[in-house]
Design a protein around this ligand. Structure first.
Ligand code: NAD
Ligand code: WQD
Length: 337
């Protein structure tokens, strides 16, 4: 049974991916410093899969610990690297934290993996690398725009570093997955998104408002050039994202990749406006949402949704869940909190 390292495996997307990996028969070792997650997530993973992944709690910015860990676990066949800081606003206020956490951890891992000949690497990238793309839906060939935030920049730099490593070492195999907007939770409602403090993202803000934790959702702008004036995004169920990681990993392990660095968009291909997302919540929860239109949020792109042909045809993966499916799972999860 192949053993896979999942960094950030107790985080939102990582935990769903650990479940999918274990269900697909992989052995998993998680590294997470719990900086944005809780040890309770491990119980959720065990409750769903009836398997306990190995778990080591340390900070991947600590190079010595990373080296020692990889020496000890010299039987790892592949790495999925989720660990990073991800709050766009915080990255503007504290850019060095973001460069340190998102870039140093990546460099240390790549250095060690290169050294010990472990060559299968999956990187969490983001649609943020495209900024406001000129053409919708966005293909992987769309130009990378100047990053809108230090966080976005770390994803661009991360991809560039991996590209250079793959160029220098043709035996190193990597896949960068550019997620659009991951939402929702596992159908068991045993794991899901755990935003700390006031949520910055739309779906947890909606479900917390629905649950009465927040009084009102603020919709950031209704005068954009879209069908109803609110911004358009490609909201994709986190379980679909998790499954894509298993498929990408199998592609590397089976040596089916055509290039030693491949890049895929992970989205549904469907763009939804903020008002459509609110309607979806109202539909699945049978509740009216208290919301108010306010000014635009600085830095928001107008529209971003994926062209998914490459992921569908080359990777052989397709998102299965609808916005309503994902929203219902998010709402069920919210009610357990
Ligand atoms: P998350 O914060 O829920 O998970 C990240 C996990 O990594 C957390 O459990 C955190 O404790 C851990 N971690 C962070 N720094 C660490 C370090 N130095 N050492 C050890 N562990 C560390 O985030 P997520 O939403 O699951 O995102 C996972 C990845 O996907 C990130 O790289 C993120 O940038 C990327 N991504 C997320 C989204 C999104 O909307 N959630 C979209 C695109 C890309
Ligand atoms: C979605 C839409 C808001 C909150 C962010 C990161 C991006 C990527 C995904 C990691 C927008 C509107 C939101 C609210 C609102 N993450 N909104 N009221 O901005 O697409 O992307 O997460 O890589 O890098 O920037 O997601 O959920 O914040 O916003 O009206 O209270 O909801 O204006 O149109 P976004 P989001």
């Amino acid at each position: 049974m192949a053993k896979i390292l999942v960094t950030g495996g107790l985080g939102y997307i990582g935990s769903h991916t650990v479940v999918a990996l274990q269900e697909a028969g992989f052995k998993v070792v998680i590294v997470d410093n719990l900086s944005n997650s809780s040890i309770k997530v491990l119980e959720g993973i065990v409750a769903i899969t009836k398997q306990t992944p190995e778990f080591e709690n340390f900070d991947l910015r600590d190079k010595q610990s990373t080296v020692a860990f990889l020496k000890k676990h010299n039987d790892i066949s592949g790495v999925i690297h989720f660990a990073a800081s991800k709050a766009v606003g915080e990255s503007v206020e504290n850019p060095l934290l973001y460069y340190e956490n998102n870039i140093n951890t990546l460099i240390y891992l790549l250095q060690e993996l290169n050294r010990n000949g472990n060559t299968n690497f999956i990187f969490s990238s983001s649609c943020t690398v495209y900024g406001q793309a000129d053409v919708m839906p966005i293909t992987e060939a769309a130009p990378i725009k100047l990053a809108e935030s230090p966080y976005g920049n770390t994803k661009q730099i991360g991809e560039a570093i991996i590209k250079d490593v793959c160029n220098a070492n043709k035996n190193f195999n990597a896949i960068a997955l550019r997620y659009f907007n991951p939402i929702g939770a596992h159908s068991s409602a045993k794991i899901g998104e755990l935003p700390i403090g006031v949520p910055q993202n739309l779906i947890p803000y909606i479900t917390q408002t629905g649950a009465g934790i927040r009084e009102q959702l603020f919709v950031f702008g209704d005068n954009y050039p879209t069908t109803d004036g609110t911004c358009v995004r490609d909201y994709i169920h986190v379980v679909d994202i998790a499954n894509a990681h298993v498929i990408a990993l199998q592609r590397l392990l089976n040596k089916e990749n055509q290039d030693n660095l491949e890049v895929y968009n992970l989205g549904t291909g469907i763009g939804s406006t903020v008002l459509e997302v609110i309607k979806s919540f109202e539909h699945v929860s049978n509740k009216k949402l208290n919301y108010k239109i306010v000014n635009r949020r600085e830095g928001d792109v107008i529209s971003a949704y994926a062209n998914t042909k490459k992921a569908n045809n080359t990777l052989g993966w397709k998102a299965k869940s609808s916005l309503d499916d994902a929203m219902l799972s998010a709402w069920k999860w919210q009610q357990t909190l």
